[in-house]
Structure formats: structure tokens, C-alpha cells
Design a protein around this ligand. Sequence first.
Ligand code: ATP
Ligand code: MG
Length: 388
Amino acid sequence: MDAILLIRYGEIALKGKNRPFFEKKLEQNIKTALRGLEPFKLIFQRGRFFLHIGGERLFSAQERLRRVFGIVSVSPAYPAEPELAAICQEALALLRNSYFPGVSFKIETNRVNKRFPYPSPEVNSQVGAFILKSGLDVKVDVHQPQILIQIEIRERVAYLFCERYPGPGGLPVGVTGRGLLLLSGGIDSPVAGYMALKRGVTLEALHFYSPPFTGEAAVNKVNDLCRVLASYGEKIKLHLAHFTEIQTQIRLHCPESMTITLMRRAMFRIAEKLAARRGIEVLFTGESLGQVASQTLENLTGIDRVVSIPVLRPLIGFDKEEIVNISRQINTYSISTLPFEDCCTLFVPKHPVTRPKPEELEKAEKKIPLDELLASCLEKIETRTVNP
Ligand code: ATP
Ligand code: MG
């Protein structure tokens, strides 16, 4: 019999009445992640998933499950006939895989099928004794074993496993709601998107670009970032908003020191309208408090003031270094650091305002036909679907 994958999930077990919904979602997400590796059989039983998948594809599946939020750990499990002799043989084979002289081990049995003739402690000691008599240089350590062999005895089969590979944790994507991620080509916003996905949010992304100042390469970069994010959940809708006109008007007619804050306010207003249209209830950004001059408390609140949709900033308390580390781990760093211009890096003011007064920002905005500009930008948004 082939090995299978035993999949454990975490927090979702705590969610009371929502539990079946969470489990259903996790099941769907696992199947989505395994697309292309068919045929396989995913069986749900007693708070766990058992994935039956043949041969080499088991390793590919295991790799993909590392990106499915909600999964706490995965173990390759080896089946044996549910009888003591077969279990002993399989346990010994398993121990041999990680054997070195003097290694300590422990057997831990879970008798799911209560009609199995031996109680769990009896199985532990019988299997332990069998291994001790095998001639290998091993010892038992029940407190801190170097190899822990777990045995799960079910009706028609017993599973043995000793490795446990960590999953990404979090909640299954799709269980908490829908969010619109303001996605630049930078390092931070993709990480913010990852954090949102990790807490179970279904994401769409909105990117502002400014041709001819930013080229096709900048859009491709954002597309690639979406592709990575999509690999942690499902396909992502990417909305592209043509920002050149708004940006140019702000540049020409508003105080230079306020350009970034004013651009951000325009972006948020458009994002709010788009979110309403898409039935999305919250915005996500990659802002982190105090990271740059435009991310002072006054600037962040000055931006928030123009919208009523809640704005979540998962990175608010992170240092840049911490964000960079995550972006490396999730494979967005190498894309984010490609050299293409972003519409905001083009016109960085020499002395950005750090404590803008709301009246001053409003006064500056009166100098441009803001409503028409926003409406026209919204009108021209293009949407594409990015697959993992
Ligand atoms: P990032 O690394 O995400 O670009 P940052 O530290 O460079 O962040 P800013 O450039 O000030 O910070 O942008 C702050 C946030 O505003 C971004 O994290 C992103 O959510 C949003 N944002 C900035 N530029 C764009 C853009 N061109 N399109 C969509 N959202 C943007
Ligand atoms: Mg940026």
C-alpha cells in the first residue's frame, strides 16, 4: 500500500458552529491547490484529512500543501494491516529510515477503532519490545525521544508516521470575507496581501499605473506579484487603474510637499468606489507606521479621512527588516525588487508634509477637478484574472 498524507488543521477546530463551513472551505482549497495532480482521493474523518495520492505525486502534493492556509502540519503516513505483527514490522521499517546508533524512540498509539483487541498502552509496549529485540542499537525515552513513532489504528487499516512538516497555519482563504488590496510594485503591499490571505480573506487587487511614465514592465511585475499571492489561495482579480491624469493634475496645481498624500487620498477614494461595486467591505494596504514621511500617523489618518470603508494595515507594527524577511519567505522579494518605476516613486517631493492639516489638504484638492478625474479613472479600470 502507498503512503498517504495526513493533514492536520488548527484554529478552525475552535470555531464552534462555523466549523463545518470552515472545514468545507479548507477541503475546497486543498483540492484547488492540488489541481493538476489528479487522480487523488481526499477523505475527511474526525478532524483530519487523509490524502490518498500515488507515487511521486505525493511529494508534489506535500510541497503544495505548505501554501494552504488553515493547515497546521502534514505527515506522510504508512499503512499497515490492522494487526499487531504487521504494525510491528512497519514500525521497525519506519525507525530504520531515521536510525543512527544510540537513537532514542517512543511509540504512541491512538486506537481509533476501539474493537482492536489491545488497548493503546499494550500496543506501545509490544511494538517497543519488538524494536528493542531487533538488534538495533536503540533505547526508549518516553520524555524526549529523538524518534516518535505514532500509530493510529482504524477499522481497516493502521497508519504509522513519525515526521511532521509544518503547514502555514492561519485560516482557510475565503472564510473571513473579501478585501481589496492596494497593490504597488513595492515590497510591502504584497506582504500585506499575504497576511490578509493568511487570515482567510479572499482578495482582489487594485494597482494604479501611469503610462507613459511607467511602462508595461511595471504592470507585468504587479501581475507576477498577484500570481505569487494567488498561489496561496485561488485566482485573483487584478484591477488596473490609469492614474496619469490625476497624478499630472496634482503635480501641476497642488503644493509639491503634499503630492504623495494627495495621490494616496485619490487612490483611496477610487478604491472605495471599486470595492462598493465589487461587494468588498474592506481595503488592505502595505503601510507601516513611521516607515517613510508619508506614513506618519497624521498622514495615515489624513488619508483615511476621505473614505468611510475600513482600511486595514496588517504591517502597521512591523520593521522594514521583518517585512523583507517575510517577502523573501513567500517569494515576492525578488519580484518586488525588480527595478521598474512605480507611479509614486516618480514624483517624490523633496520635503513631504508629515503633519498635514485636513483643511490644507482639502484646499489643495479644490485646485483640481477632482470629482471628474476620479470618475474618469474609475470608468477606465481594466480587470484581469491572475491564476496561480
Ligand atoms: P510598498 O512597498 O507596498 O510600495 P511603500 O513602503 O513603498 O509600500 P508607499 O509607496 O508609501 O509605501 O505606499 C503605501 C501603500 O499605498 C502601499 O503599500 C500600497 O498599499 C499603496 N500603494 C502605493 N502605490 C500604489 C500603486 N501604484 N497602486 C496601488 N496601491 C499603491
Ligand atoms: Mg511603494
